[in-house]
Design a protein around this ligand. Structure first.
Ligand code: CP
Length: 314
């Protein structure tokens, strides 16, 4: 089946086959990244603009790195010194970037729906690098790619997503990816941050940490998204940590071979203790590294490449 999508806006809209195509392409690019010459000419002559209007470390750098490994020219938009500070709209900003002959835009924005809005306005591919509390598709793709590397087929595997689900775009993208891949997903955290209506997504909702973690093969921690919350959802951070923070005792409830994940940034000592974040079961930095290959796959496919044309020979 050829790849036909020009934009990556959500995982919700991807088929299981498309997720498989992105993962297979990322796997081939990962082999290329392990060679002495890590660069391929796939996007030579193309210009990609990283339009980040919200802070980012991992996603912006990984998209930058991915574009460079594909030989594209990359321009990072600096929001603080741009004309958005003079009141220029997102529409005008994006249309000017297109008029400057960019070939693709990677956008992060605090407003849910911004990437979809631009994809309907522009003639060039738009990649969602995180929109409000809606979706963060490349994160969900790299997280499931990392899980598959450790666990193989995810069908029936127990995956717990623990923390602030309500305000998390990472949670939504992972829920869509994991349910399509057949994993048994449990969301856990305080009822104010993990409301019962999430069961409509085909997942289990639990407010009991011990039964949620019991035998789980994956636990993914999420930080509290203070920047998106307009009111207090628990009495204090200390009380949150006391009830839902992952520590050594609680990690012992997991499957003996369980992996510990976090999309970052981590708030050490709040949602996870440092010894676990840095411990042997943690794959947190592997997630970051896999983010390059997965984003290479996304950029390559949305620019018109086909999965079978990536051949990782020396
Ligand atoms: N995981 C993630 O989106 O991290 P950044 O906000 O640093 O990009």
């Amino acid at each position: 089946m050829p790849w036909t999508r020009r934009h990556l806006i959500t995982i919700e809209e991807l088929s299981l086959a498309e997720i498989g195509q992105i993962h297979a392409t990322a796997s081939a690019f990962k082999k290329i990244l392990q060679r002495s010459v890590k660069k391929v000419p796939a996007l030579r002559g193309k210009t990609i603009v990283n339009l980040f209007l919200e802070p980012s470390t991992r996603t912006r750098l990984a998209f930058d790195m991915a574009a460079k490994r594909l030989s594209a020219d990359v321009i990072s938009f600096d929001a603080a010194t741009s004309s958005t500070t003079k009141g220029e709209t997102l529409r005008d900003t994006a249309q000017n970037i297109q008029a400057l002959q960019a070939d693709m835009i990677v956008i992060r924005h605090a407003a849910s729906g911004s990437p979809l809005y631009l994809s309907r306005l522009l003639d060039i591919p738009v990649i969602n690098a995180g929109d409000g509390a809606h979706e963060h598709p490349s994160q969900g793709l790299l997280d499931t790619f990392t899980m598959k590397e450790h666990l193989g087929d995810l069908r029936g595997k127990k995956v717990v997503i623990l923390g602030d689900i309500l305000f998390s775009r990472v949670a939504r993208s992972n829920i869509h990816a994991l349910t399509k891949l057949g994993a048994a997903v449990t969301l856990c955290g305080p009822s104010t941050l993990v409301p019962h209506w999430f069961t409509d997504f085909g997942v289990t909702v639990s407010h009991d940490l011990k039964s949620a973690l019991d035998g789980a093969e994956v636990v993914m921690l999420l930080r509290i998204q203070h920047e998106r919350q307009t009111s207090s959802h628990f009495p204090s951070l200390g009380e949150y940590t006391g009830m839902f923070g992952l520590n050594k005792t609680r990690a012992s409830w997991l499957h003996p071979k369980a992996i510990i994940m976090h999309p970052g940034p981590i708030n050490r000592g709040v949602e996870i203790d440092s010894d676990l974040a840095d411990g042997e079961r943690s794959v947190i930095l592997e997630q970051v590294t896999n983010g390059i290959a997965v984003r290479m796959a996304v950029l390559y496919l949305c620019a018109g490449g086909q999965p079978e044309n990536v051949t990782p020979t020396e």
